[in-house]
Design a protein around this ligand. Structure first.
Ligand code: AMP
Length: 213
């Protein structure tokens, strides 16, 4: 099963993507995580991506598309994958369709996790991330067991630079301008599923699973 997660930053698509990956036994591919790992390892890609990410802007397509195409060509993607944070622009979606078409494949579902902007700004302020292992939490809905400490690796959790309020506003504007048109793009392809992302996480997940049946 080949799935795309759509939704504004902070809509909870990453959390849902991880659960979908686990349930269906397919890899979770997050471009944001790939960029953050590159930043942590101080690679050339990481240094270039950081300039855009810190400003709440999208990393240019030429730095993003090939990296995803290479990843989905790997062996573990044979039975499918869940893309989280890609595509984020129409050209990225077209590049993905074109790459899959070469081997006679196509995406199965695009799931839009829908949350109003007002809720997003509140949610993002409570988001905490471990800069060491990438685990994400929320001070209210997914708290760490010990305050401020990552459950998985014991390092501190922090408010990421790109989750700070001024950057969140910019990311939302970028989302509406560049990413939201993908909803119509996948609707036209007949593979769009929309779920109300303002419900509790477990409910959002069960609605997603029901929509894939
Ligand atoms: P995320 O963790 O998915 O919210 O991504 C964090 C940041 O990484 C975004 O705000 C963008 O700057 C960058 N990014 C992630 N995925 C993409 C993409 N598909 N295209 C361009 N930039 C991306």
């Amino acid at each position: 099963m080949k799935i795309i997660m759509l939704g504004a930053p902070g809509a909870g698509k990453g959390t849902q993507a991880k659960q979908i990956a686990e349930k269906y036994g397919i890899p979770h591919i997050s471009t944001g995580d790939i960029f953050r790992a590159n930043i942590k390892n101080n690679t050339e890609l990481g240094r270039k991506a950081k300039e855009f990410m810190d400003q709440g802007l999208l990393v240019p397509d030429e730095l993003t598309c090939d990296l995803v195409m290479d990843r989905i060509a790997e062996d573990d993607c044979k039975n499918g994958f869940v893309l989280d944070g890609f595509p984020r622009t129409i050209p990225q979606a077209e590049a993905l369709d074109a790459a899959l078409a070469k081997t006679g494949q196509k995406m199965d579902f695009a799931i839009d996790v829908d949350v109003a902007d007002e809720n997003i700004v509140n949610r993002m302020g409570g988001r905490r991330a471990c800069l060491n292992c990438g685990a994400t939490y929320h001070i209210v809905s997914i708290p760490t067991k010990q305050e401020g400490i990552c459950d998985k690796c014991g390092n501190p959790v922090v408010l990421r630079d790109d989750d700070k309020p001024e950057t969140v506003q910019r990311r939302l504007t970028v989302y509406h301008e560049q990413t939201q048109p993908l909803i119509a793009y996948y609707k036209k392809q007949g593979i769009l599923k929309s779920v109300d992302g303002s419900q509790p996480m477990e409910k959002v997940f069960s609605n997603i699973v029901a929509s894939l049946a």
